[in-house]
Structure formats: C-alpha cells, structure tokens
Design a protein around this ligand. Sequence first.
Ligand code: ADP
Ligand code: MG
Length: 476
Amino acid sequence: MSATVGNSAKEAVTRPLLELEHLHVTFGDTVAVNDVTLAIQRGERVALVGESGSGKSVTALSILRLLNDAQVSGSIRFDGEDLLAKSEREMRGMRGSDIAMIFQEPMTALNPLYTVGDQIAETVVVHDGVAAGEARKRAVALLGRTGIAEPGKRVNSYPHQLSGGQRQRAMIAMALACRPRLLLADEPTTALDVTIRAQIVDLLLELQRDEAEKRGMAVLLITHDLNLVRHFAHRIAVMERGVLVESGPVERVFESPQHPYTQRLLASRPQRTAVPVLPISPVLLEAREVSVDFKTKLPGVSGWFRSGRFRAVADATVSVRQGETLGIVGESGSGKSTLAMALLGLQRTAHGEIEFQGRALGSYRGAEQTALRSNMQVVFQDPFSSLSPRHTIERIVGEGLALHRPQMTPQARRDKVVSCCAKSASTGRCCGAIRMNSPAASVNGLRLPALWCWSRASWFSTNPPARSTFPSSSKC
Ligand code: ADP
Ligand code: MG
C-alpha cells in the first residue's frame, strides 16, 4: 500500500504539468489544430511559434476551454487531470488560479469601465476569498512587482489612462494574482514598442524564474519573434497550418532545424527590397513646420476657467515623392500617429502647411475633398477598434469602393474585394471568397472582440457576474 502511495507521489512530481495528446480543433469545416501532441514540464518555458493562422492561439484557448463554437477532441491533461472531462463550473475555478492567460492586446482583456486595481482585486477576492481591503493591498503589491511606478496611485487608473506598456504590466499582474501554475502568454509583446517589449520580456523572465522556484510555474509563450524565443524559452514548438511540425530544445532547433518549414522560418530575415525613387519623381505630399496641440485639464481651480496645452507634434517637416515610402519611427507617445492624422487632414493643426499634389489640404472642398480622401488611405494599428466585428469582411472592405466608385456593379465590387484580400493574405488561405461572408469577429486575428465579451463574463467568476462587465462601446 505504502509503495503505491510512494509511486503515485513520485509520478505526480515527474509527470508533465500539461499534456496535449492528439489535440484536434475544428470550426465547422476549418481544421485549426490538427493532431497536436505537446507536453510542458513544471518550471519550463516553452515557445509556440508559427505564422499567423497556424493555430497557436486556438491551441492556447482550447487548454482553457474558451472556444465556444469549436469541436475539440483528443486529450488535454493538466497535472494529470483531464480538462476536457471537467464541467464548466470546474473550469471557471481553474481559470486564473491554476492556468492564467495574457493577451497581445490588453484592452481586449481589461474592462474599460473599472480601474485596474478593482479588476486585480476582484480576481483575488473570487479565487482566494480574501476581504476587499486585503485584496486591494495585494493589487498594489502586484502592480509594484511588475515595475509600474507609483503603484498606489496607478491602482486607481482606468485602462485607457495607462500607456501600452503599463497596461501590459497590469494584465501580467492580474494573471499572476492567483499564483497560477501555468501561464499562457499569447503574443504579449507584439503590440509594444521595441524598448518596452524588451522590458516586458525581462519582466516575464524574472517573474517566471521567481515563481518557478516557489511553485514550479511554467509558461507557454506564443510568439513569432524568434529573437524573443532565443532569449526566453527552454524549448520551442513550431506550428504550420494547425500541425506541430517540430519541437525540441531551443539551441538544438536553432542550430539544426529538421523540418523544412522550421528551416524557412529561421532563414527568413527581412530583405531590403525598396528601390530608390528617382529625383525627378514629383512631390506628392509636403508638410512644413506642422505642429499639433491637444488641450489638457489644468489642476485645481485654474482648470475651471482655462485649459492647458500639450504639444504632441512640434514643427515637423516631411515630404513624400510619388512611389516613395517614408518610415516614421519613435517611441510610443512620440507623436507618430498624430502626425499621420494631421497629414491626412483628419487632425487640426496649430500651425504649419500641408500640401497634397501642390495644393493646400484646406483648399480641397466638396467633390474634390471626397476624391482626395480616396487618394489618401490609412491602415490603422489596431484592427479591433477599426473593424466592426458585426460586419462581414466583404462589407468592410467594400465600403470604400461603394462610396468612391458608386458606378461599380455589386459583382465587380465583390471581385475587387476578393482580389484585394487575396493580395493581402500572406498564405492565401485565410482570406478569399469563402471567408468573405465571415463576420470580422471570426476571422483570424480579428475574432477577439467577440471573445472579449464572452470571456469577460465568465472568466474569473464562479457565478454569473453580478454586474455588467460589457463595455458600452461599439466593440460589443
Ligand atoms: P494563430 O494564433 O496561429 O495566428 P489561430 O489559432 O488564431 O492562429 O487560428 C487558426 C485558424 O483557426 C485560422 O485559420 C483561423 O481563421 C481559425 N479560427 C480561429 N478562431 C476561429 C473562430 N472562432 N471561428 C472560425 N475560425 C476560427
Ligand atoms: Mg494568435
């Protein structure tokens, strides 16, 4: 008898923390994850890499059973327990406390209506059953641990009052609030500046080492940044079109990749393909000494009578010739997007001149202005806020054509939309005619808004949420 007890205790220590066996996930006819077998040991840092649409996020979400419209088969064992056999109530008890997740875009996981402190404290109250005052103290300590300056003040901030890096730190604090044994990090640094990215990676590394020593916390890091993999992970697993094509220790895979896809992935370094523009090319866009000011609220009584001023762009002079690509780089908050909005005529300027094809932007009126709009287009940084998850890809992409080319027949417009999507799709399979009718919310990389609404309500609570956690914005 004692031998059996001894054996099972030994097994518990040596068996992997997470075991995926023959995991298969489909959405209708789409196979997102195909026969994936992967194990993660206690204290291990595993990187899951692969191009967009290869099934990385779906794999992570299936571990937490957060895919509500998918067919999942195979086995997912966490510390020996079969997760697919658990009830939804049991899973809610595990999310956050045993397995936590951080996302690429913290705004999709943080509730805009509550302070970050409230959201971290809520997690602690629900899972650890501590009193509200104690939970708040822990929230401040956790924020401090992630390196946020003045955590006692920041705890009262709403997500939109924090910078991208601070929001990501707040989400890491929330994920670690209940000391999970497995942390799933889905592209946690992709949306951040290069400098902030390095800080967040170092933070994750430091926290993981600390937690691994105390509790053996393991991390599954989803990323397409191979430098990050080399710096962070013990082991790498490579996915291609839903299939796990190769896995092994980072040094071994980087030195001698076996699978052709891994070899291509490791060999793919950005190549400079831009050819210089001819000096005789006409200047298309010219901006001279453009400045943009934003109003700010002054503290105290003086704020009742007048507002302050923040100069977001100061005396920027740029020109772009026909056929030229101009890169504008700078840290978060340095004014890149504001300058771009000013160049498009979408942002009021404090002073300076902007000309398109030799004419001041302000002189375009009526039909000319409409024509100008179709000649100057913008691709936004965050597809979540720029694409409505309620509309189909066909409607979103075709909207501009319907406005600027009203003479086009519906069929011609549809053909144009399909060809544009095919051009922009890296693999040629995630867009195309079949996906045209998909709501934006279900297309890879765009489906999180829907998930946000769904998961926020059930994420950390063991009961249905007592208050509405849905934002009033158009995202839902
Ligand atoms: P990755 O994270 O590697 O970029 P994903 O795991 O998000 O890729 O997606 C894998 C595949 O599953 C893609 O083809 C994607 O379009 C599809 N997919 C993901 N979520 C859904 C969903 N909710 N409904 C339909 N298809 C989906
Ligand atoms: Mg993904």
